[in-house]
Design a protein around this ligand. Structure first.
Ligand code: MG
Ligand code: MG
Length: 263
């Protein structure tokens, strides 16, 4: 499958879908408190998406690696969970957790996708450092999103920041193209070994829109599964963090389409 190139008009539409995604994620993040279940967080995401006239992108989504459809709108990955965390009634958030919230939505035929990691109350110094490392890796990866660079430059940017902090990018996971569909070509690995396995690199061009999503862990590069058929965890059980932005590649430089308002 070829990599889609988008016009500025289309990029604007992707931006509108991304605006909904960010609004929903910020509403869910506010609700992340000790005592709430990950299932309740999913319900909030559904409600907030509906309010905005959009459709959750992950609900009933069938990824190529599964023969089932994802039964929730939101992925909630707590502590050692990396991505694709399946919300559950019995999984209750507690003080000291770090919680990755990953959400996608469709609005007017275009998709948005973003992820943030939220600290619940006081978290350990190591978890705090891991969150900082992962968001710095994302910011550095965004800087690499210029025409003429390659997907491998994004992989390198993430790797360098991980090494600087002494943390680990997780293998076999990564970002992706996005636009008319939530997951498009190219795959944007988070680990150089995964890129090497792909045996494919892509030159970045004006009009490409990428979801960049570094996932870093405190102890390992290897992933495992927790048995619920969806949730990806670190192989050694160490905590992981995850942030995701959608970036448009333009001659004027990278434009981040997932804008978070602070304060
Ligand atoms: Mg996502
Ligand atoms: Mg994504």
């Amino acid at each position: 499958m070829a990599v889609e190139l988008y016009s500025f008009k289309e990029i604007e539409k992707i931006k509108r879908a991304c605006d909904v995604v960010v609004d929903v994620l910020q509403a869910v993040a506010k609700a992340v408190k000790p005592g709430i279940s990950t299932y309740e967080l999913d319900l909030i995401a559904r409600e907030e998406t509906k309010k905005r006239g959009a459709k959750p992108a992950f609900l009933n989504y069938k990824p190529p690696f599964s023969d089932e459809r994802f039964p929730a709108s939101l992925c909630v990955s707590v502590n050692e969970a990396v991505v694709h965390g399946l919300p559950k009634k019995e999984q209750v958030i507690k003080e000291g957790d770090i919680v990755s919230l990953d959400f996608g939505a469709y609005l007017d035929g275009y998709a948005g996708d973003s992820a943030i990691t939220v600290a619940v109350g006081e978290v350990s110094r190591e978890k705090r450092m891991l969150m900082e490392a992962t968001s710095e890796a994302l910011r550095e990866a965004v800087k690499a999103c210029v025409p003429g660079n390659w997907v491998s430059d994004i992989v390198d940017a993430i790797y360098k920041v991980a090494k600087k902090y002494g943390v680990y990018p997780l293998k076999n996971l990564g970002g992706h193209g996005i636009g008319r569909k939530v997951h498009e070509e190219p795959f944007v690995p988070n680990h150089p070994a995964t890129l090497a396995q792909e045996k494919k690199d892509y030159k970045l061009r004006q009009g490409m829109v990428l979801a960049i999503e570094p996932m870093l862990s405190l102890g390992t590069e290897e992933i495992a599964h927790n048995g619920d058929r969806w949730t990806v965890i670190t192989a050694d059980g160490s905590p992981a963090a995850h942030y995701e932005y959608v970036v448009a590649i333009t001659k004027q430089g990278p434009i981040v389409l997932t804008e978070y308002k602070h304060g």
